[in-house]
Design a protein around this ligand. Structure first.
Ligand code: SF4
Length: 236
């Protein structure tokens, strides 16, 4: 019995727009263990979440603690409404829901096949200004990350925030905590750009159930490359 509608989420938006095959519910993807960088990233995210929610900061590795030490004042200088916000965006209807009381971040509830779930690291909603800000914390290499103005993960999250809050201005950005400073890339995206992204997402989600492999340079990011028929045939 297939229990998941698909394997896609907002963090894999850019791969989803280029190839949907890996996200089909009937494609078997072997489980993978989080590497050291991912563990440091998870710890840093958890500490930021504790800070925003006013909880005691969770103890973490020395590396994550060092990154959080530079990230903390940056967060404290801003007024984020929430963190680790779980959202579900319906690519057919362009509606979205939020689940701030989720049982665990990135543990998504069963949902419709046209729904793309995601977790937004830092969110600010300014109701009088009808503005939302969607920030993703990146602890890995900056060279692998698409700039904020074109970043598919951020665009998907901003679409969800626009639908939830009926906002008319959308800011989105990337925050890179380093050992001695924080680098940022934060931009305003136009509503036309969000509409264009909504159309791309709708087409990808509709194509997903019957999609075939679409190999290319993006395959190096794919969680299913070991099982992909295009790779077996000697593709990328
Ligand atoms: S390896 Fe490439 S072609 Fe195959 S499913 Fe992944 S992204 Fe698609």
């Amino acid at each position: 019995m297939i229990e998941r509608a698909h394997r896609a989420s907002m963090s894999k938006t850019e791969l989803l727009l280029l190839c949907q095959y890996w996200a089909r519910p009937d494609v078997v993807v072997p489980p993978s263990e989080a590497g050291p960088r991912a563990i440091i990233g998870n710890e840093t995210h958890a500490m930021a979440d504790d800070l925003i929610k006013g909880r005691p900061i969770t103890e973490a590795s020395a590396e994550a603690t060092a990154l959080f030490a530079t990230l903390r004042p940056w967060i404290e200088d801003r007024h984020y409404t929430t963190s680790e916000m779980v959202v579900y965006y319906n690519a057919d209807t362009c509606e979205a829901t939020a689940d701030t009381g989720s049982a665990g971040h990135r543990n998504y509830k069963p949902h419709d096949a046209m729904v793309l779930p995601g977790t937004l690291d830092l969110v600010r909603h300014d109701a009088p200004a009808m503005t939302t800000t969607n920030i993703d914390i990146k602890t890995g290499s900056k060279s692998n990350v698409t700039p904020a103005a074109e970043n598919g993960q951020l665009l998907s999250g901003s679409l969800a925030l626009r639908a939830i809050y009926k906002s008319t201005r959308s800011f989105q950005g990337l925050v890179f905590p380093l050992k001695t400073k924080v680098n940022t890339d934060i931009v305003e995206v136009s509503q036309d750009q969000l509409d264009d992204h909504a159309g791309k997402l709708r087409r990808a989600m509709r194509a997903l159930p019957t999609s075939q492999p679409q190999p290319g340079k993006h395959c190096f990011r794919c969680p299913a490359w070991m099982m992909c028929p295009a790779q077996v045939k000697g593709g990328y």
